[in-house]
Design a protein around this ligand. Structure first.
Ligand code: GCO
Length: 461
């Protein structure tokens, strides 16, 4: 144990991991029995994705996973978060299970386990079957919640002997509010424009219901004890300084943000936040009898995806607080929203305990990372000191949380490798490993070596 003050040492049971998602890395979209997802259709639509990029090949992980798992072992992670494609398991969305799809994930998981790497499977990371979009408009229909649960049952009953860490759904707001939202730029798949905000909130309610039904399906199908999580990138309100008046303002503002009052609160407390419902008024979703009981399933851990936050301060107004815009020169990395605000990682964990009122619920950082303008130099290296700086400061914030006693179990870095960054295609690179797409060569960046050292010494270096 390093005794130096500020050695940023973690406990021996802290989880060090990395994360990816199926559509962003697998490629092989027409192989192994897979049929199109909404992201295949969306990215093939001219103008939807930068440079016309699609996930057709991506990082060719479907074929190159043995090499990628070897790189994970070199990195030293003992935990790997990936997602399972509904379109591989049930290509038509319902009915027939595609055994080739199941077999791919069996091969991948067995490979991980052979290196002592624990698999953490996200059951839904946005790539829902196109067939269900055509059948009933995907998440606009309540039926999607039940079809999702059937898909989950099919996966867990076939892979539950190998996988015991499940994450039901990744970031509900991104495939509902960004998928159907009114004037949302850039849109996410399926990129539909509904006419009423109520329809958007109804879609996110259906996704919440799917989460609850999915938890029940996992508990029913798993023949061994397992851990179940919801993953969300909720909006972190960060006090402009940590004087009591501004901390109180940040807490007061928290439930008023849509993802917080409309996703985290129902899932973790069994009720939409009253502040949000008052704001939504007639745009609030129709909630059927029993929905909230299904949505509020007991969870073993909460997956917190964090990249940035928003500053709040106390204000002499009706609300008692105000959100602050970032000044023009505020430092950020290579996405318009990637303002560098490491305290958002700490405050997000603290809000879950104190503002949402769930100090009992362990937390995982299920995603944290940044896009950077990575370039391969004349020596064939990527010296991404900007990414190292960003990650180091966020891990220091994670260390603050654990040293103050908050229940942070581990950290999954987004991402293991550069990948398909949704509407930004391949132009935005988030990986510890640089992907040279024309050759599919993998080049570990300087941040790979840095993270490897953090894991080896179990502290922030
Ligand atoms: C998300 C998604 C990832 C993104 C990453 C960078 O959090 O939006 O889970 O798929 O690629 O966050 O935007």
């Amino acid at each position: 144990m390093n005794s130096r003050p500020n050695s940023y040492q973690f406990s021996e049971n802290f989880w060090w991991g990395a994360a990816t998602a199926s559509y962003q890395i697998e490629g092989a979209v027409n192989e192994g029995g897979r049929k199109p997802s909404v992201w295949d259709t969306f990215s093939a639509t001219p103008g939807r994705v930068l440079n016309g990029d699609t996930g057709a090949i991506a990082c060719d992980h479907y074929h190159r996973y043995p090499q990628d798992v070897q790189l994970m072992a070199q990195l030293g992670i003992k935990h790997y978060r990936f997602s399972i494609s509904w379109s591989r398991i049930m290509p038509d969305g319902v009915g027939q299970v595609n055994q080739q799809g199941v077999d791919f994930y069996k091969r991948l998981v067995d490979n991980l386990l052979s290196y002592g790497i624990t698999p953490h499977a996200t059951l839904f990371h946005w790539d829902s079957p196109q067939a269900l979009e055509e059948l009933y408009g995907s998440w606009q229909s309540r039926q999607m919640s039940f079809d999702y649960a059937d898909y989950v049952m099919a996966v867990v009953s076939r892979l539950g002997d190998r996988i015991t860490n499940w994450m039901t759904i990744n970031e509900i707001p991104c495939f509902t509010h960004m998928g159907y939202a009114l004037n949302q730029e850039p849109p996410h798949a399926p990129g539909k424009r509904v006419s009423l905000a109520k329809q958007v909130w109804q879609a996110s309610h259906h996704a919440l219901l799917a989460h609850g039904l999915g938890v029940q399906a996992i508990r029913a199908a798993s023949t061994v004890p397992c851990s179940v999580a919801l993953v969300d990138n909720f909006a972190v309100t960060v006090p402009i300084n940590e004087s009591p008046v501004h901390v109180a303002a940040a807490k007061q503002a928290f439930p008023s943000c849509g993802q917080n009052g409309g996703i985290v609160f129902p899932a973790l407390t069994g009720a939409y936040s009253p502040v949000l419902l008052e704001q939504l008024a007639a745009d609030a979703p129709d909630i059927q009898e029993g929905d909230l009981q299904v949505i509020h399933q007991p969870l073993d851990v909460f997956g917190f995806n964090v990249y940035s936050g928003t500053y709040v301060r106390a204000a002499d107004n009706q609300l008692g607080y105000e959100f602050l815009s970032f000044p023009p020169g505020y430092p950020r990395l290579h996405m318009p929203w990637l303002n560098i605000l490491p305290d958002s990682l700490y405050w997000g964990i603290r809000h879950l305990s104190e503002t949402v009122g769930r100090p009992d619920l362990p937390v995982l950082i299920s995603e944290n990372g940044c896009a950077a303008q990575d370039r391969v130099n004349a020596q064939g290296e990527v010296i991404d000191t900007d990414r190292i700086m960003y990650l180091r400061e966020h891990l220091r914030a994670a260390h603050r949380a654990v040293s103050e006693g908050y229940p942070l179990k581990g950290y999954f870095l987004w991402s293991l490798m550069d990948n398909f960054e949704w509407a930004c295609g391949y132009e935005r690179r988030f990986g510890l490993i640089y992907i040279d797409y024309p050759t599919q060569r993998r080049i570990p960046k300087a941040s790979f070596d840095w993270y490897k050292e953090c894991i080896k010494s179990n502290r922030v270096v």
